[in-house]
Design a binder for this molecule. Sequence first.
Ligand SMILES: Nc1nc2c(ncn2[C@@H]2O[C@H](COP(=O)(O)OP(=O)(O)OP(=O)(O)O)[C@@H](O)[C@H]2O)c(=O)[nH]1
Ligand SMILES: C[S@@+](CC[C@H](N)C(=O)[O-])C[C@H]1O[C@@H](n2cnc3c(N)ncnc32)[C@H](O)[C@@H]1O
Ligand code: SF4
Ligand code: SF4
Length: 349
Amino acid sequence: MKDNNSGKSSLLREEKEEKILVDPYGRKVTGLRISITDRCNLSCMYCHNEGADCCSCGPVGHEMSPELICGIVREAAKFGVSKIKFSGGEPLFRKDFEDILACLPPLKEVSATTNGIMLEKRAKTLKAAGLDRVNVSLDTLNSEKYGKITGAPPGTLEKVIKGIDSAVEAGLTPVKLNMVLLKGINDNEIDDMMDFTRPYKGKVILQLIELMNIAPELSKYTIDSKALEKSLEERASEVRVRHLHHRKKYIINGVEVEFVRPMDNSEFCANCSRLRITADGKLKPCLLVHDNLVDAREAKTPEEIEKLLRLAVSRRRPYYTPIIGIEELEKKRRQEKYIKRSKNKATEK
Ligand SMILES: Nc1nc2c(ncn2[C@@H]2O[C@H](COP(=O)(O)OP(=O)(O)OP(=O)(O)O)[C@@H](O)[C@H]2O)c(=O)[nH]1
Ligand SMILES: C[S@@+](CC[C@H](N)C(=O)[O-])C[C@H]1O[C@@H](n2cnc3c(N)ncnc32)[C@H](O)[C@@H]1O
Ligand code: SF4
Ligand code: SF4
């Protein structure tokens, strides 16, 4: 009788136990950020290319097949991963993007980040294939500046704006406009971008992004993002906090403005819930770490994929961590000295 009961309760426990992926720092992985190509038709002055070695350098033949992408997502979904972000390079370079979308298992959200140039023609088919929403990179509304930032030929900005309209029409909403802030180039355009966003009446969100200093020559374009965020807060009628990265959203004159502040931000990293996948099929624990990738290209069975996912998750660590202040350090040192002295006294006795 006793045995039966304990057997039953352990079975119940197993049934109740949620299968999840948690890293050594207690961060649950609920999303995948999948790069599906390194190819791109722009050469933005700041591009981190999702941590790949360089933009436009990945040979097409090395790109993951729809089968491999969907196999990894299917396995990750069994462990509570419910949000997928497709990125690149330029994800719309993949002619089979619709095929990739069509083979995904049911998920809470499937989105993509694109430069928008090829979005006008694809918005409807992408939506029909299962894409829920898009983020479109748009740093400026000035054609000349757009060309300077992205290296694009004249007329490209107009294509991007048509792409945004098509995405809204197709229901790939809310569309987020990604504006990377560059001191002396576009930091005077934030209000113009809000004015551009407002007429879409909530179907478009403005996302302001702090520049990640991936190269020394970019330092001069870094804005004071803390001061900017404070001024946004002062202007906001409402402030919301997202679970992902604990990012803040400010409602200003009817426009939703999300702020992405990744640099030296330990709170951002502490709330990082995505595992990355490179275009050539490597599981990447962090955007900024390049020596701990896990190759998943040869994985054939669900068991193999699960093993590799677990290995990659076990290698995750927050890139930025809180720095202990001088006072705390002093306190810690005094405590350690005190403990050492007490121990010595105890052994002397
Ligand atoms: N450091 C760092 N930056 C990130 C991370 N995820 C996104 N970003 C940056 O956030 C900015 C916006 O990225 P998007 O691809 O548009 O997507 P997102 O805002 O992260 O995702 P959603 O808001 O859910 O659409 C880009 O500049 C990314 O480089 C991350 O995990 N680490
Ligand atoms: C690498 S791009 C790939 C997707 C697509 N090609 C695009 O530009 O939207 C993804 C996002 O990262 C942003 N990004 C790239 N380099 C960045 C950097 N150094 N700092 C902040 N954001 C950056 C881009 O502006 C874009 O919104
Ligand atoms: S469009 Fe995207 S991937 Fe291409 S260079 Fe610009 S930021 Fe990088
Ligand atoms: S740990 Fe930090 S830097 Fe690394 S991917 Fe997560 S949020 Fe980005």
